[in-house]
Design a protein. Structure first.
Length: 273
């Protein structure tokens, strides 16, 4: 396996999916959730003390194989964003596309697949050109010299990048190496000294008006309320099952749903879409 050759194919795949799925914004941030929801069923649910930030699976629904993605909302929003981009790579079959474009033979092993998907998620959320541009802009704004950069100032800029792209510190650490902003050796030194560096990351994060460390603890499946209302009217699910799902996902009953109101939208014709 030629890893560098695989990496070279990732921008081609990203350009293709950006075109196919009309992704105009280069910096996606938390818009990734809306993109993911368009291509699969997403379950948002918090599970404490769980290592995984998310996972992808396929299930048969009415004789059709459907994609399902779980996002652990007990993790920070930054971790959720990267997990969503990673799982989107699985939904889109990115690893197989990259493997075939690179002309690789044999079976694509799961370890290599995960590595490709991680790189895809990084490239999608932090495009090389934009990532380097914003990094240098932060350096200039802070009056920093690239030839005499203190470690503390490097971490300061990396935290700004975390906020720009709404991703975790580790994702930025990897990306500054991948985009050749710092050397592989320095990147490994940052990883080796992570215990001493993370307090700096937390301190600089607190200095910003940021959502990075926010834990949403959201419990939802987009459109779940409407599905339950339909199931209740049709009798497809028992009241017990419906009430249990409502309890599990903290879905409150809405009163006054039968009230009738009249509206008048200027310029709109009756029955016009």
């Amino acid at each position: 396996m030629d890893w560098e050759k695989l990496v070279e194919q990732i921008p081609t795949v990203i350009e293709k999916v950006r075109t196919d799925y009309v992704l105009n914004n280069m910096i996606i941030r938390d818009d990734i959730f809306g993109i993911l929801e368009k291509h699969c069923t997403v379950v948002y649910y918090p599970i404490e003390n769980e290592i995984n930030c998310g996972f992808h699976t396929k299930r048969f629904v009415k004789d059709k194989l459907e994609d399902f993605v779980y996002i652990n909302t007990a993790k920070t929003i930054a971790e959720q964003v990267f997990a969503a981009a990673h799982e989107l790579g699985h939904v889109w079959g990115v690893a197989t596309q990259v493997w075939e474009l690179a002309g690789e033979q044999g079976t694509l092993e799961s370890k290599t697949e995960e590595r490709i998907i991680n790189r895809f998620a990084a490239e999608l959320l932090m495009p090389t050109k934009e990532f380097r541009k914003t990094f240098l802009a932060h350096m200039e704004k802070l009056g920093l010299d690239t030839n005499k950069l203190r470690l503390v100032d490097l971490i300061r800029v990396m935290v700004l990048q975390m906020n720009d792209y709404m991703v975790p510190y580790e994702s930025v650490r990897r990306r500054v190496v991948e985009t050749k902003i710092i050397t592989q050796e320095l990147g490994e030194a940052l990883l080796k000294n992570e215990e001493a560096i993370l307090p700096l990351v937390n301190a600089f994060s607190k200095d910003q008006n940021t959502m990075l460390d926010r834990v949403t603890a959201k419990k939802t499946i987009p459109g779940l309320r409407n599905l339950l209302e339909t199931a209740e009217k049709s009798g497809e699910l028992s009241i017990y099952a419906i009430n249990k799902i409502k309890k599990d996902f903290d879905i409150d009953d809405i009163n006054g749903t039968e009230d009738i109101v009249e509206i008048s939208i200027e310029g709109a014709k009756h029955g016009e879409n």
